[in-house]
Design a protein around this ligand. Sequence first.
Ligand SMILES: Cc1cc2nc3c(=O)[nH]c(=O)nc-3n(C[C@H](O)[C@H](O)[C@H](O)COP(=O)(O)OP(=O)(O)OC[C@H]3O[C@@H](n4cnc5c(N)ncnc54)[C@H](O)[C@@H]3O)c2cc1C
Ligand SMILES: NC(=O)c1ccc[n+]([C@@H]2O[C@H](COP(=O)([O-])OP(=O)(O)OC[C@H]3O[C@@H](n4cnc5c(N)ncnc54)[C@H](O)[C@@H]3O)[C@@H](O)[C@H]2O)c1
Length: 459
Amino acid sequence: MTRAFDAIVIGAGQAGPSMAARLAAAGRRVAIIERHLVGGACVNTGCTPTKAMVASAYAAHLARRAGDYGIETGPVSIDMAAVKARKDAIAGNSRRNNEVWLEGLHGVTLIRGHARFVGPHEVEVAGETLSAPQIFLNVGGRAATPAMPGLDTIPYLTNSSLLDLDVVPRSLVVIGGSYIGLEFAQIFRRLGAQVTVVEMGPRIVAREDEETSDAIRAFLEDEGVRFRLNAECISFEKRGDDIAAGVSCTSGAPVEIGSHVLLAVGRRPNTDDLGLEAAGVALDQRGYVVVDDQLRTSVDGIWALGDCNGRGAFTHTAYNDFEIVAANLLDGDDRRVGDRFPVYALYTDPPLGRIGMTEAQARAAGIPYKTATRPMTRVGRAVEKGETKGFMKAVVDARTDLILGAAVLGVGGDEAVHGLLYAMQGSVTADAIRRTTPIHPTVAELFPTLMGNLRLAGR
Ligand SMILES: Cc1cc2nc3c(=O)[nH]c(=O)nc-3n(C[C@H](O)[C@H](O)[C@H](O)COP(=O)(O)OP(=O)(O)OC[C@H]3O[C@@H](n4cnc5c(N)ncnc54)[C@H](O)[C@@H]3O)c2cc1C
Ligand SMILES: NC(=O)c1ccc[n+]([C@@H]2O[C@H](COP(=O)([O-])OP(=O)(O)OC[C@H]3O[C@@H](n4cnc5c(N)ncnc54)[C@H](O)[C@@H]3O)[C@@H](O)[C@H]2O)c1
């Protein structure tokens, strides 16, 4: 027997539950299917637990630096079991709040199990077939584990399993020098591990401008994180209790030894075990669901939201996907993915707040642009806080005076960058920002000064 609903949502991550709630509020009978933990990657193995650990690592770092502020402390030691318990409590509370809310929604049925398409509008889960004219995919992604020689012979960690450790690894080799790898590298270094980041490219966070990569590398090196760049042909081998990572770098020792290895080399979408071929939903070469600018898939009545559509890789983009689909379907609105500005943060300390284009992207696009940079050593609030690493930088269209992009790498950068998000969204010019009167002392108070220092690129 087939159980009929008006809508089925597959995956209770960052878009699915809100989608289910909106549909139910509009009078639809909705099934939402979750195979593992409500809240998905962000709540359980991503944003929430990692940012809780960033906070513990920051506390350790600040305690070690207490003397800089005239404060005396004793020796700093780490109780990793307590760090883990705090992180688990925060993530667990968030998950339970999501669950209680979802289970209490009138018109929504939460079904536990792995969903698989058996037709364009039929899904099998826990031995039952469900059908609905509208289906919303919110299946997210997981850590990519590419075929690397020897990987199957060692007990490697991913973002999920690393979060289960209740002891600090003696030495952690992080494969991948990008967002996931760098956040974990700094966390575990501050918690006391020897940390080496192995990156196959010539620099870390290669999507950012070179000066950003260099500054992040420099402050992580200051804390004792080691880097092996240009590490092609990585291989692994068990050596007693340790793991040897062969790194084939152009310089340096050919092998890095660690007690633990973290794989942080990207994500892959959870679309390989969803039976999408039975529905005829098209995937791209990397397995992401192909969608249009309103997140419709190649099959009528099926939408894809969140990481699985390859149009974003963040919680806020997943949630915005829900807003777009709900507005178009239920509010008669006309919202599109193309209308959103890319904005995100890298939660190292100091964090990187980023919006829009990098300078390299503006140059590659052939846009005539102006740029200005200011080091955090010349930001009063950063000096007063004793946290002067990093810089802020803006890239502005020389023809229109509109902001193309910005990077705020510095204390409070993840928050401050929002001022520029609202300016970009509202088409506010650099000159208009220059004329504002922000609060003193803040990091964002230097944005008007920054805009006053814009110079044509190359001058
Ligand atoms: C270590 C780490 C740190 C991160 N930090 C940040 C951050 O600070 N800020 C930020 O914005 N983003 C961050 N991200 C990214 C963020 O977690 C994701 O972008 C976000 O979770 C995507 O949401 P989603 O709803 O698309 O998918 P997910 O949250 O992955 O949810 C998908 C859900 O679908 C379920 N599912 C999958 N297949 C099926 C199936 N066949 N049947 C039933 N259920 C299924 C899964 O179990 C999961 O619960 C981080 C990611 C990682 C890994
Ligand atoms: N603060 C945040 O918002 C946040 C934090 C963590 C993750 N995320 C999301 O998760 C996504 C995935 O992050 P990620 O850091 O895993 O992936 P990524 O795709 O950003 O970077 C992967 C890195 O691994 C390197 N790499 C790939 N293969 C390699 C190999 N064989 N050997 C050595 N290095 C190799 C790449 O050159 C790259 O630097 C991000 O795009 C981001 O959207 C967001």
